[in-house]
Design a protein around this ligand. Structure first.
Ligand code: NAD
Length: 360
């Protein structure tokens, strides 16, 4: 079978890690045509737009993309190209596995968690009101009228919409993922004790969906602050974590920290029959163009892509090669060496070469 996959190199370290991942995926021997499109700073310089329509059209056509991280330039009025892509394609589920690999310096061993983050609403919906603008002042007045609560006149406002529809949809995704991937438990993470009408709704939706999976997948609830402590103290007690957008974003980085850092944390944004695969990390501008950073997170995002395509053998071969190279610890980037100044660390492309060599 042959595939056409949209490739968005991104900016900062994006092009380097995307190239490394593309080469590793190609080395599995699958027939893949990469349709390269540009978004982010490069697209802004070239086409005057951060997110050209051609990018969305390409992903819509191919239904699958591999994406490097993209910087959000400050002061353009555009919030985030990454969030815009997720919204434009309704990629409502963000899947971020956090798995320990032998050879990675980390406080814990044998972590195997999966973060399922709602991707379409919450404080990431981008509904914001700047301080002192007439519409903000009018909204403050209305809120005060309806709630009888005082808001300082010089406040900015961010709106947190959480719907029953999106909460049920992501809860079902989490349970289906658990069921389809031999997972035992889903833990819904919330702050429903304080935000009764948003997090409360999210939690009630999760409880309702959980009933459909009774006897097949366990269900648990945890308040987000307590969850952070429990994840640090006893991460092995957890399996699949189900979270609204903002908590999901924060806890993904926490989980990346549990397994040894952002350099090895992959991710996927999934909608109805459409998916964009990208690392959890950002564009790390200070390392751009240095062939220095770890390509593993992007390569493992490629493993998720292959699994999504049901190319299980290719996915396993690539993951095994990554595992072996990391375990051996010889041809790895600086962040995977015991000492970050280790002169034997290799560059981004050389680590990819070592992974490719392992697949032969
Ligand atoms: P970042 O993830 O880019 O980098 C933070 C630090 O993590 C780096 O300085 C580096 O020490 C480490 N790191 C990240 N990736 C690594 C890798 N592959 N190998 C080794 N070390 C790695 O976070 P940031 O500096 O907060 O964000 C930079 C830019 O990226 C911002 O413009 C932000 O908006 C954007 N961003 C984009 C995405 C995305 O494209 N999905 C995600 C997060 C942040």
């Amino acid at each position: 079978m042959s595939y056409t996959i949209t490739l968005i190199p991104g900016d900062g370290i994006g092009p380097e890690v995307a190239e490394a991942a593309r080469r590793c995926i190609d080395a599995t021997g699958l027939k893949i045509e990469w349709e390269e499109v540009t978004a982010g700073q490069v697209a802004l310089d070239k086409y005057g737009e951060l997110l050209p329509q051609a990018v969305i059209d390409s992903i819509k056509r191919n239904r699958i993309a591999l994406k490097g991280p993209i910087i959000t330039p400050i002061g353009t009025g555009f919030r985030s190209v990454n969030v815009a892509i997720r919204h434009a394609l309704d990629l409502y589920a963000c899947l971020r596995p956090a798995k320990s690999y032998a050879g990675v310096k980390s406080l814990y061993k044998d972590i195997d968690l999966v973060v399922v983050r709602e991707n379409s609403e919450d404080l990431y919906a981008g509904i914001e009101f700047e301080e002192a603008r007439p519409e903000t002042l009018a909204l403050i007045k209305d809120i005060e009228k309806y709630t009888r609560k005082k808001i300082r006149a010089d406040s900015g406002l961010s709106i947190k919409p959480i719907s029953k529809f999106a909460s049920e949809r992501i809860a079902r995704f989490a349970f289906e993922y658990a069921l389809g991937n031999g997972r035992k438990k889903v833990t819904a993470v919330h702050k429903a004790n304080i935000m009764k009408f948003t997090d409360g709704l999210f939690l009630r939706a999760a409880r309702e969906v959980a009933k459909e999976y009774e006897g097949k997948v366990l269900f648990e609830e945890a308040i987000v602050d307590n969850m952070c402590m429990q994840l640090v103290q006893k991460p092995h007690n957890f399996d699949v974590l189900l979270l609204p957008n903002l908590y999901g974003d924060i806890l993904s980085d926490l989980c990346a920290g549990l397994i040894g850092g952002l350099g090895i944390a992959p991710g996927a944004n999934i909608g109805e029959g459409i998916a964009v695969f990208e690392a959890v990390h950002g564009s790390a501008p200070k390392y751009a163009g240095k062939n220095k950073v770890n390509p593993t997170a992007m390569i493992l995002s490629g493993v998720l892509l292959l699994r999504y395509l049901k190319e299980t053998k290719a996915a396993q071969r690539l993951e095994n090669a990554v595992k072996e190279v990391i375990k051996e610890g010889k041809y790895v980037t600086y962040d995977l060496k015991p000492n970050r100044d280790d002169p034997t660390s290799v560059g981004t492309q050389e680590m990819a070469d070592a992974i490719i060599a392992r697949m032969k």
